[in-house]
Design a protein around this ligand. Structure first.
Ligand code: DNO
Length: 361
């Protein structure tokens, strides 16, 4: 595995590349052209400029999160072909620049959803939290406005104002899109881009739906082992892979995370590793990465990734906001730096224990 940190780019992130470089073991960033909206073509010069900036700080671009998918592709409108063509050109430009991993999601209207961006935790930090009863009782537009207002002035990934100023319109456009239809539209998109991925060796890594069930009655299709394997089978190409995200798949406690990792061997191209603390179904908050602070056994998760020979980029995921840091909720430096060190520590221990055991046999 390759330890990385997400970086949104200059002007969008409170964290600097040099600070990221100082986290032991972090070799790269997962970044994006944050100014580019879903559906837009990514010019090669902009990708090259971003790459030069990252490399000037002795880091690499280990992958993109995200090249977002235009809603017309998800809805399956005739205009999707033009947006797919743009997507293919963007992939070609990324491929020409040697960038080989692209994370994306196929969630309608909203990306990840949390009902509180700054819930005080027992230790005095604040975290992102989710309460289904809030989602059940709020109008989606109000929900969006609240999220936007509570983001400390940062544009939150997946909550770009340009897109979400059209919440009502989007809900209308999705009204006939069932889960099956959404799945077919995903397959259509993947089939169209696979030849380009084959040509450049680009690994596509779909991000699971977060939370892993329909919100605001919108369908969600990447929610559990069965659906993920169905997606792999529908476009059976090794470049059609997954971002294994503990915090998303782990929202549903019936998902056995190490088991999903093992079932997806060879198709996990990117990993987001974090802990959650569950209180009841549909009621949880994000925790420190440490196993003891939340619900998941992080050792078992990292061990499963190790056992399947995972060698892609991995990143700590949302962190707590602490020590007075002012940052995008979930994306401060301090807690994610601790998360990276912790995951590296688990990996080193598993690696050494495995190698010593092999020597004894
Ligand atoms: C939230 C992130 C998601 C993720 C996208 C991938 O913090 O995990 O926004 O980047 O779903 O396209």
């Amino acid at each position: 595995m390759k330890m990385t940190l997400r970086w949104f780019g200059e002007g969008y992130d409170s964290v600097k590349l040099r600070e990221i470089r100082q986290i032991p073991g972090v070799v790269g960033v997962i970044t994006t052209l944050y100014n580019r909206q879903a559906g837009e073509l990514w010019p090669r010069e902009e990708i090259a400029a971003l790459k030069a900036k990252v490399e000037a700080e002795n880091l690499e671009i280990s992958g993109i999160e995200s090249v977002n998918i235009h809603d017309d592709i998800k809805i399956g409108l005739p205009s999707r072909d033009q947006y797919i063509e743009n997507y293919i050109k963007s992939l070609e430009n990324l491929g020409e620049e040697g960038i080989k991993m692209v994370c994306y999601n196929f969630m309608p209207v909203f990306d990840w959803t949390r009902t509180n961006l700054a819930k005080p935790r027992h230790d005095g930090s604040t975290v992102l939290a989710y309460d289904q009863s809030v989602v059940d009782s709020i109008d989606p537009q109000v929900f969006f406005d609240q999220t936007d207002a509570n983001s400390n002035g940062f544009v939150m990934p997946g909550w770009e104002p340009e897109r979400l100023s059209r919440v009502k319109e989007l809900f209308e456009a999705y009204k006939d899109v069932t889960a099956d239809k959404l799945f077919d539209n995903l397959v259509y998109f993947l089939k169209a881009i696979m030849p380009t991925c084959d040509k450049y060796g680009i690994n596509m890594a779909i991000h699971p739906d977060d939370p892993a069930w329909p919100v605001f009655d919108l369908p969600r299709i990447i929610t559990n082992k069965e659906n993920i394997l169905k997606m792999f089978a529908a476009v059976d190409n090794p470049h059609n892979g997954l971002t294994f995200c503990t915090g998303s798949l782990g929202t549903d406690l019936s998902n056995d995370l190490p088991d999903i990792i093992r079932a997806c061997k060879g198709r996990i191209h990117f990993a987001h590793v974090r802990n959650l603390q569950h209180f009841a179904p549909g009621l949880f908050e994000e925790a420190a990465h440490l196993s003891a602070d939340g619900t998941f056994d992080m050792y078992e998760i990292v061990k499963a990734l190790y056992d399947i020979g995972f060698d892609g980029p991995i990143r700590p995921d949302h962190g707590r906001t602490l020590w007075g840091e002012v940052c995008m909720p979930g994306y401060g430096l301090y807690d994610r730096a601790m998360g990276a060190c912790y995951i590296n520590g688990l990996w080193e221990a598993i690696d050494k224990a495995t190698k010593r055991k092999d020597q004894l046999l």
